[in-house]
Design a protein around this ligand. Structure first.
Ligand code: GLC
Length: 498
């Protein structure tokens, strides 16, 4: 638990703090009984230093000797030993750690307690295939592959990574200071991924998602192509990476993000839109509570798979976590001055179920991270019983997206302005929906006819509207004139066209 589960000491066991393998088996049965699927997080880049493989590797017991990335380092003219290169850990500081037992350095892209596995070892590759097979035989429906772009490093580890002149930092311990040409997206990574794809495809309908934060060209390589299939999709993190604060959210910016994916995605592939996860701040805090419903409309009604995070359906917010309470190793490694820029604790606080103590997350009297003090206002039970709420809108969107028009319908963009982002989804001779979002921090009135680049009908029926919109014109079921649509700040409307 040095990185809360991303440091695995046994790939085919359940950590007792979460239960037993029997619990897991009943979980998967329960999920399947409800017509749902279970996708496992697979962490192939590194194990824990407490894994028995690591111990045996330290002791140079074959075949484990080469299971990790070991190197003697270099000795300078003063006789002092240094790591073989300047590579920096994603969690800051040198990515090399001296091991007394083996008298060599080992490479760790993340914490020193997370040594990188060596995919140049055939035995290791076989070992990881067995891990995938183990879970596939258990009946899991697919994998989210963690930190995939780091899987292999360049073979010649004497090579330094170039300093990034545009990084805006001269701190050599900051991973942003280097351009990661030797530690990310290496050719061998795609070969390993392809072999995993082939293994997984021996089973029916299994899904493979790749966690990759890179520029768009490198990200798209993880789709592969028809003759060389890889992931079903690499995560589309551009909503997170290109929208850093409220003022970044404009109609143009949302359109650019859609185009960035759709124009670069290989033909015949399936898109996805990531709104949040356990490594990034929550929407309501990053971009504003007013935008919660509009962005959920965007996420759930565009073509492709929406990827979201527990609590986003309620508009949960980041929780303030003091330095003393901070547990995220990334936050901790930046120290009391800078932990808030890097800690992932604020988005990892307990799910807010109801208004009872600890937000109904536990009957115990404390939690590993503090419950957000707003839980009396923001919780699932309250939103379920309210007449209108983020949760109710989210549920309606989840239902709506199952309609054929949202599964197969083509997309078009009638009106894109600085304030307004809009799209239609339509079937050749059938349904047509229009989704309109106001990204501005103020009310906007818009004549959709006037601005549209293709003909729209005179009126449309309101199917859904965002929480803060209580105008009589936009009541669910009413006919709205498209000549004069008044939208609340950060608001969203889902309209059905005749
Ligand atoms: C991924 C995970 C993150 C973890 C890291 C190392 O980025 O999402 O939570 O710390 O990989 O495994």
């Amino acid at each position: 638990m040095k990185d809360f589960g991303y440091d695995i000491s046994n790939y085919t066991a359940i950590d007792p703090i979460f239960g037993t393998m029997d619990d897991f088996d009943s979980l998967i049965r329960g999920i399947h009984d409800r017509g749902m699927k279970l996708v496992m997080d697979f962490v192939p880049n590194h194990s824990s230093d407490e894994h028995e493989w690591f111990n045996k590797s330290v002791n140079q017991e074959d075949p484990y000797t080469d299971y990790y990335v070991w190197n003697d380092g270099v000795i300078d003219s003063n006789g002092t030993r240094h790591p073989p290169n300047n590579w920096v850990s994603e969690f800051r500081g040198s990515a090399w750690e001296w091991n007394e037992g083996r008298q060599q350095y080992y490479y760790h892209e993340f914490l020193k307690e997370q040594p990188d596995l060596n995919y140049r070892s055939e035995e290791l590759r076989k070992e990881m295939e067995n891990v995938l097979t183990f879970w596939l035989e258990k009946g899991v429906d697919g994998f989210r592959m963690d930190a995939l772009m780091y899987l292999l490093e360049v073979e010649d580890v004497t090579l330094d990574e170039p300093v990034d002149p545009d990084s805006g930092t001269d701190d050599p311990d900051d991973p942003d200071s280097l351009v990661h040409i030797y530690t990310t997206n290496q050719p061998g990574t795609f070969q390993v991924l392809h072999s995993w794809r082939q293994l997984i495809d021996q089973y029916d309908e299994k899904m493979l998602m790749a966690e990759v934060y890179s520029d768009v060209n490198d990200v798209m390589r993880y789709y592969g192509n028809d003759t060389y299939p890889l992931a079903d999709f690499p995560f589309n993190f551009f909503l997170i990476e290109n929208l850093l604060n409220r003022t970044d959210v404009t109609g143009y910016a949302l359109k650019d993000i859609v185009d960035l994916w759709m124009d670069n995605m290989p033909a015949g592939k399936w898109p996805n839109w990531v709104l949040g996860n356990h490594d990034n701040g929550r929407i309501a805090s990053r971009l504003g509570e007013d935008l919660v419903d509009a962005l959920n409309m965007f996420d759930l009604l565009l073509p492709g798979t929406p990827v979201t995070y527990y609590g986003e359906e309620l508009g949960m917010e980041n929780t303030f976590v003091s330095w003393e309470e901070t547990v995220d190793p990334e936050g901790c490694r930046w120290g009391p001055e800078h932990y808030q820029e890097h800690s992932r604790d604020p988005e990892r606080t307990p799910m807010q179920w109801d208004s009872t103590s600890m937000a109904g997350f536990t009957t115990f009297n404390s939690t590993w991270l503090p419950v957000n003090p707003n839980y009396l206002e923001v919780n699932a039970a309250r939103q379920e019983s309210a007449e209108v709420s983020h949760l109710k809108i989210y549920n309606a969107l989840a239902k709506l997206r199952q309609e054929e028009v949202f599964v197969k319908g083509v997309i078009a963009f009638p009106v894109i302005t600085k304030e307004i982002f809009s799209f239609t989804r339509s079937l050749a001779h059938g349904d047509m929906y229009l989704v309109v979002l106001n990204t501005a921090e103020e009310e906007v009135e818009i004549n959709l006819h006037h601005h549209s680049n293709f003909p729209l009908p005179d009126t449309a029926t309101v199917v859904l509207r965002s929480l803060h919109d209580d105008s009589p014109e936009t009541e669910i079921g009413s006919e709205l004139s498209l000549d004069d649509v008044a939208m609340v700040e950060g608001g969203g409307l889902v309209l059905q066209l005749p």
